[in-house]
Write a protein of this length. Structure first.
Length: 247
């Protein structure tokens, strides 16, 4: 079974925000992605709204509800009360919780599940009471103890941070080492009954090996690499290429 593709629209929004103009349109490109087989759309609304704006969320929700009712909306973010209120107001199918400082350029590490377990448990339960699937951002070399702690929060899934793997694009030996870590952690997650997502610096070139290493991979969330390819191939063709690469 192939991993499903959720297209992260943050890079599209960042390009739009360079000018006080409505293009490129986040919803128009989201529509093209869904028309061409993407399973869902992902956004990471940060407090400074430097890419996705809070006002984008209702428009994306309406796009999915009105035109693609089988698609999913995935909202990522650090679980402040403001973020949780925003997420709940826009009724995503999935929320991915990340341990980001608001000033970070991008997500670059997973949760300390053993240290933050009690805090995460209350957040996870709040979201699950609303019928939301919850995924927790996770280091690619997570230990069994860490993944057991993630499971104990009540989360449905973990999303493996694949940045270190993506950074090995010019070093096959290191790529094999990073894949081995992901494969081992993926097996443990599967044994514990945790679903597995993945995201960060994934490309058409490195996705097939990841899918082989983690056969239980459910979903990949891809923004930067996919948007970069869309500048060359167009959004429609790019989404089709990424879906093929997912296996």
């Amino acid at each position: 079974m192939s991993a499903k593709l959720s297209v992260n629209l943050n890079a599209v929004a960042m390009l739009r925000n360079r000018r006080d103009l409505p293009w490129p349109s986040v919803t128009a490109l989201g529509r093209i992605a869904l028309e061409n087989g993407a399973h869902g759309l992902t956004v990471h609304p940060r407090p400074d709204q430097r890419h996705i704006r809070f006002s984008d969320l209702p428009a994306i929700r309406a796009l999915i509800d009105d035109e693609f009712p089988n698609a999913e909306f995935n909202i990522e973010g650090y679980p402040t009360d403001a973020f949780l209120d925003l997420a709940e107001a826009n009724e995503p199918e999935q929320v991915t919780l990340v341990p980001d400082d608001p000033t970070q350029a991008t997500s670059d590490h997973g949760w300390d599940f053993e240290g933050k377990g009690n805090y995460l448990r209350s957040v996870v339960q709040r979201l699950k009471k609303r019928g939301v699937r919850v995924s927790l951002f996770c280091d690619p070399d997570a230990s069994r103890a860490a993944l057991e702690a993630a499971k104990a929060t009540g989360a449905d899934r973990v999303e493996f941070y694949t940045g270190p793997y993506g950074g090995t694009y010019d070093d096959p030996a290191r790529a094999a080492e990073e894949l081995a870590k992901l494969e081992a952690a993926g097996k443990i997650a599967d044994e514990l009954g945790l679903g597995v997502n993945a995201g960060h610096d994934l490309t058409v070139e490195n996705l097939p090996a990841l899918a082989r290493a983690i056969p239980n991979l459910l979903e990949v969330s891809i923004g930067h690499g996919l948007t970069a390819d869309a500048l060359e191939y167009g959004m429609a063709a790019t989404v089709q290429r990424f879906i093929k690469a997912c296996g």
